[in-house]
Design a protein around this ligand. Structure first.
Ligand SMILES: *Cc1c(COP(=O)(O)O)cnc(C)c1O
Length: 476
């Protein structure tokens, strides 16, 4: 948590003791106060560098969906663009141009009927993109209600309880009632019937997730749209769909080209993705696209100066780094469609093979098998009573592997799982090494009398798969 005050560590000093190799410097600097004077840049560098050694090894982080590897050329371009501010369209028109090209490429990738009419922008990630997508849905609904002379003060948003935490934030920050469809039985994500059931005249939209955070599965976007078509024909209620494709919108176009989840479905109004997940860019970029100008109300758009002209923008931030957008363009150019297809197919091959081998162990049972997004979840088989998923997670951590364990949300809070995200750079070879460590860990855990850890010991690295707060913001 970054919002906490620094903890007092008992007898531990609040100053940083500087190793004597930096003998030209004062030997102590304050930890939580700005030092009074300067120090040599190389001393400061070494100090910061050394502290950061305690961060985990990102390549062994199988919890995160976010890129942990980039080509040296992408890294070089990012360093060259480190000073560029995305909002300065006038000063850096070519960075703005590359952003526009990326939006057009994504509009084509996601089958916008008329890519020239699709509108979109880069963001800091899918969370900001989700806020923008949600705001557009809310504003469109408000305009429609007011035009009909009806109240517009009780908006709701329908989604599965498996949505990423950003949607709970959207509902809370922008005062929209979240209507979560709970998990039931073996159904771990939104289903068409339940989505349509929860909609009414105050529903601003349905969020369908392509690549559920909890288990990597695709939600049935086409089925959800069909159920909403049916709802409209029965009741006249017309509910648009936003697709949260944080992971899946950069997977499905390349390896599931026949799956219809995108702008081919007329009900899909907007789509977001994380450029820094399977878009293969280092942390700091996402994308939000609307199928046409009508889907993005004009009164949400602000205008900045661009080569003396006018450039419409829609963003929560003003200043924002341009380097990630440049790196996204580099990746599109460098890999092309076929390069992305090969990277994503390899991730899927590694994920499905690793999942299959884990599923063959006596200890585990698969929830998903990595054949949609290259992400899968697995549980401990019924009847195994001497260790928990939390024990497995902790034991793997001893070898540097970060494999999160967490409990599913309502109504399956009885179900605890482990999850593995396979990203570019996690090879068959690394998967074999992980497999050896899993076997080694199981040999030890099988000798335990009973589980040692439960959900309270999990350390909270579920990456957005946290339990939802069922409270309805802004209401009683
Ligand atoms: C990761 C993720 C998000 C949040 O994306 P960021 O880019 O980390 O802000 C939202 N939705 C889903 C489905 C995700 O996987």
């Amino acid at each position: 948590m970054t919002v906490k005050h620094p903890r007092e560590h008992g007898r531990e000093s609040r100053d940083l003791e500087i190793n004597p190799i930096f003998s030209r410097e004062p030997l102590r600097v304050p930890r939580y106060a700005m030092p009074h004077g300067e120090m040599e840049p190389d001393t400061a560098y070494q100090l910061v560098h050394d502290e950061l050694m305690l961060d985990g090894n990102a390549r062994q982080n199988l919890a995160t969906f976010v890129s942990t590897w980039a080509e040296p050329e992408a890294q070089r371009l990012m360093a060259e663009c480190a000073e560029k501010n995305m909002i300065d369209k006038d000063e850096y028109p070519q960075t703005a141009e590359l952003e526009t090209r990326c939006v057009h490429m994504l509009a084509r990738l996601w089958h916008a009927q008329n890519p020239h009419r699709a509108v979109g922008c880069s963001t800091t990630g899918s969370s900001e993109a989700a806020m923008l997508g949600g705001l557009a849905l809310k504003r469109r609904w408000q305009h429609r209600r007011r035009a009909e002379g009806k109240p517009a003060d009780r908006p709701n948003l329908v989604m599965g309880i498996n949505v990423q935490i950003c949607w709970e934030k959207f509902a809370d920050y922008f005062e929209v009632e979240p209507r979560y469809v709970p998990m039931e039985g073996d159904s771990y994500h939104l289903t068409p019937e339940r989505a349509a059931e929860l909609c009414d005249e105050n529903t601003i939209g349905v969020v369908a997730v392509l690549g559920s955070t909890f288990d990597g599965s695709y939600e049935p976007v086409a089925g959800i749209c069909a159920a909403l078509d049916d709802l409209q024909s029965r009741t006249g209620i017309d509910v648009p769909v936003h697709v949260d494709g944080a992971s899946g919108a950069m997977i499905a176009p390349f390896v599931d080209p026949d799956l219809e989840w995108d702008f081919r479905l007329p009900r899909v109004a907007s789509i977001n993705t994380s450029g820094h997940k399977f878009g293969l860019v280092m942390p700091g970029v996402g994308w939000a696209l609307w199928r046409d100008e009508e889907a993005l109300p004009d009164d949400l758009v602000f205008h900045v100066n661009y080569l003396g002209g006018d450039m419409p923008t829609f963003a929560l931030n003003f200043s924002r780094p341009g380097a990630q957008v440049v790196a996204q363009y580099y990746n599109f150019l460098r890999l092309g469609f076929d390069g992305y297809r090969r990277v994503q197919q390899t991730c899927r091959d590694v994920a499905t093979r690793l999942a299959r081998r884990i599923g063959e162990l006596d200890a585990f049972e698969l929830i998903t098998d990595g054949s949609e997004t290259p992400v899968f979840a697995f549980r401990i088989r019924d009847g195994v009573r001497n260790f928990s998923v939390f024990d497995v997670s902790a034991a793997l951590r001893e070898r540097g592997w970060l494999v999160p364990a967490y409990t599913f949300p309502e109504n399956r809070t009885d179900l605890a799982v482990l999850r593995i995200v396979v990203r570019n750079g996690f090879s068959h070879d690394l998967a074999d090494l992980l497999m050896e460590d899993i076997r080694r860990v199981l040999t030890r855990l099988e000798k335990q009398g009973e589980p040692h850890r439960d959900a309270d010991d999990a350390g909270g690295f579920a990456h957005g798969a946290e339990t939802k707060n069922a409270r309805t913001p802004g209401r009683d």
